[in-house]
Design a protein around this ligand. Structure first.
Ligand SMILES: [Zn+2]
Length: 219
């Protein structure tokens, strides 16, 4: 059996890393594991755990390591992730990276990809972003009619601004990215696992470039 293909996708929120992860999932046939989506689903569930997560995310803060470890372990040990996965939103701290190394030993992580986009670009993208609560389709206020009407073009669901997509929460997340994620990228760079790619431009071209980088690592 070939070694598992474990891909980490990094980027500021609004960099397009979710889109890249979806495209890699389609091209490579590996599950897209988004810890952000998993936490938002939990928050929407209204459970005690979900309410705790919602309060943390509304404040633009990180969910504690011990909570994330349980969520990530359960998902990455699922049978559909045995051949590999595209992990989006984790790790975010050196402690989480060490946990992931232990979890994935001995093969470890195959490649860490960072989509690079300037702060002012992601800030503008996020405050204009609207999302369908039913199918997850993403729209931009000031560009897409569905963002103004509140009705999804794809499924007719309701299109809203996420509670954590405000200017204030975005600022907190950008500061967190600079202080925690940038050093973390150094961790993967030191191990020869980091690929940085420009995140502005056509999403299909960006995804093609990323697939080429992954394939080069596989062989
Ligand atoms: Zn929809």
């Amino acid at each position: 059996m070939a070694a598992p293909l474990r891909i980490l996708v990094f980027g500021k929120q609004g960099s397009g890393k979710g889109t890249l992860a979806t495209r890699l999932h389609q091209r490579l046939g590996l599950p897209h594991v988004s810890t952000g989506d998993m936490l938002r689903d939990a928050a929407a569930s209204g459970s005690e755990f979900g309410r705790r997560v919602a309060a943390i995310m509304d404040a633009g803060e990180l969910v504690p390591d011990d909570v994330m470890e349980g969520v990530v372990r359960e998902r990455l040990e699922a049978p559909d992730a045995a051949a590999g996965f595209i992990l989006d939103g984790y790790p975010r701290t050196p402690g989480q990276a060490a946990f992931l190394d232990d979890l994935l030993a001995p093969e470890g992580v195959t490649v860490a990809i960072e989509l690079q986009v300037p702060d002012d670009v992601v800030r503008a993208r996020i405050v204009h972003r609207r999302v369908c609560t039913s199918c997850g389709a993403i729209y931009a206020a000031g560009r897409d009619a569905a963002a103004e009407s509140g009705v999804c073009d794809v499924c007719g669901g309701s299109v809203v601004q996420r509670a954590d997509d405000t200017e204030e929460a975005v600022g907190a997340r950008l500061a967190t990215y600079a202080s925690l994620t940038e050093p973390l990228l150094g961790y993967y760079s030191d191990r020869g696992l980091l690929e940085r790619i420009p995140g502005e431009g056509d999403p299909d071209s960006i995804a093609e470039g990323a697939v080429d980088l992954v394939e080069a690592r596989r062989s």
